[in-house]
Ligand binder design. Structure first.
Ligand code: ADP
Ligand code: F6P
Length: 480
């Protein structure tokens, strides 16, 4: 492939921030990619004037040239249909995703998926090696690319390499199921700095490196036998808080929020859920809890309505198809049993929306319900808080979302406990204005002080300042 411009900051992520869509007439257009990674990193790339290497989201396209889209310098990496199946849907989302999320679904282990993971990671590493300027910083993202740091270092020892994991990192007891556990740990150790959402995840990693690879460690530092230190520590990710607030304050969003409330029949309270349609997000249990409250007469459909936005996600993966069917059946059942003409209990939207529309949903909703069984962070919770500039609105939040470590003033729930969720929904429904304001004010302080610009600046500064060598005497690692 021909040369891309050399960059001093290179972001390497599985997906580009935009997906390539080919229309029936062959015309090509771009639409924003789904997920929190893109939301978080797009403003970082804009501010730092770097390049972004990633997959354009389609299969079997010919490799095409680097391009500019909406002011971003993008470098596509192509995948064949077989690689999409084995690397993306297979090893990334059928093995690692469930394994790293508490084994909520059963991970599958297939050797051909692993082979594809290795070869696609090598392609990303090769592309990064070509694009990075001498001494550049390369920031590799997420679970799909855990071998890239080591592969890249082998070709370009001059680079500063960072890695950030956007999802949880599991405890040793679960991670150890992985037949390729040692290769993954060594892949990550190619980075100088490895960032996690929470301190517990960083501690899980360091413990595994000590026990499975045999390297010397002290607190958050790993001492490699070749004299290079690797730091593994937490950097909780965030959002463009000011950007979301500005959007929420705009006239257009205020009008749209009023329109949404009106269209829903101006109920006393609007509950809102916004998630990728993923089994980690706890959508089914949350809707069940709401449905039971309506069934038992605690909530009336003229008084309270639930809007569930479910973003289409990984639609060719079997477990995601099953989940979609289950949720749609449940929504149908609840609406059939308890809805009235003009007043369904649940409004279900299986669609993606522009940021303005998301901000209007957040402004229109009185109670945001975020109940994942496990989530690295959950940016939706932070976006809701950012949009509530009048210090109103309630957040019901799973204690198993990374965001719960920061947003302590939310109504915290255990998503496995349906009765507990029902109580929290009712408490939030009935809360006095004074109570919701007190909680929201405190949460807003946290999200304003810790935005995505600070997250990126903290990570990149730490990466810059890390020493290149340690002076510890360490023995060669043993195999395990
Ligand atoms: P994940 O990374 O697992 O998808 P997060 O909550 O961290 O979960 O991030 C989701 C991101 O996707 C948020 O920025 C949210 O605004 C955005 N998003 C979610 N649903 C939609 C949708 N239907 N349309 C547009 N953006 C969405
Ligand atoms: O961090 C969560 C994440 O998995 C990102 O890596 C990913 O880009 C996003 O969610 C959406 O998932 P996908 O790229 O599989 O559509």
């Amino acid at each position: 492939m021909t040369g891309a411009p050399q960059a001093d900051l290179v972001i390497v992520a599985n997906r580009l921030p935009v997906d390539r869509v080919t229309q029936p007439d062959g015309a090509v257009s771009w639409r924003p990619s789904p997920g929190g990674l893109v939301t978080a990193l797009e403003p970082v790339l804009r501010a730092n004037d770097g390049a972004w290497i990633g997959w354009p989201g389609s299969a079997d396209d010919d490799e095409f040239e680097p391009f500019e889209e909406n002011g971003l310098s993008l470098i596509p990496v192509a995948m064949s249909a077989q690689e999409v199946e084995e690397f993306y849907e297979g090893f990334s989302n059928g093995t690692l995703w469930p394994l790293y999320h508490d084994v909520i679904a059963k991970p599958e282990f297939h050797r051909e998926w692993w082979d594809s993971y290795v070869s696609v990671n090598q392609r990303f590493a090769d592309r990064a090696a070509e694009v990075a300027a001498e001494g550049a910083t390369v920031w590799v993202q997420d679970y799909q690319l855990q071998l890239v740091p080591q592969m890249l270092r082998a070709r370009r020892p001059d680079l500063r390499i960072g890695f950030y994991l956007h999802i949880p990192f599991p405890p040793a007891e679960l991670f150890s199921q992985l037949p390729w556990r040692r290769q993954i740990l060594e892949g990550l150790l190619g980075a100088d700095l490895i960032g996690f959402q929470l301190p517990g995840a960083a501690a899980n990693f360091v413990r595994l490196v000590r026990s499975r690879v045999g390297h010397k460690t002290h607190r958050d530092t790993i001492y490699l036998p070749d004299g290079r230190p690797v730091k593994a520590t937490a950097f909780p990710i965030s959002i463009d808080t000011a950007g979301f607030e500005e959007l929420a304050r705009s006239e257009a969003v205020a009008e749209r929020a009023a329109e949404i409330r009106e269209a829903l029949g101006n109920p006393r309270r609007i509950f809102l859920g916004v998630d990728r349609l993923d089994y980690t997000k706890g959508i089914y249990s949350r809707l069940r809890a709401f449905g039971e409250l309506v069934r038992d007469g605690h909530l009336d459909v003229e008084d309270a309505v639930f809007v569930q936005v479910a973003t289409p996600s990984r639609e060719r993966v079997e477990q995601y198809r099953i989940l979609r069917d289950e949720i749609e059946m449940l929504v149908g059942r609840i609406n059939g049993d308890y809805g009235k003409i003009g007043n369904p209990a649940i409004h279900y939207l299986h669609n993606s929306y522009p940021r303005e529309e998301m901000a209007a949903f957040y402004r229109a909703a009185d109670i945001m319900v975020v109940t994942p069984f496990r989530d690295g962070m959950n940016l939706v919770a932070k976006e809701y808080v950012a949009c509530r500039f009048e210090d109103d609105g309630a957040l019901v939040l799973s204690e198993f979302a990374g965001a719960a470590q920061e947003l302590r003033q939310a109504w915290l729930v255990n998503p496995y406990d349906i009765d507990g969720m029902k109580s929290a929904l009712m408490d939030a429904f009935a809360a006095e204005k004074r109570e919701t304001s007190r909680r929201m004010r405190a949460m807003r302080r946290t999200v304003v002080q810790n935005d995505v610009a600070k997250w990126a600046a903290d990570f990149l500064r730490e990466l810059e300042e890390l020493p290149e060598h340690h002076d510890k005497t360490v023995r060669r690692s043993r195999s395990s």
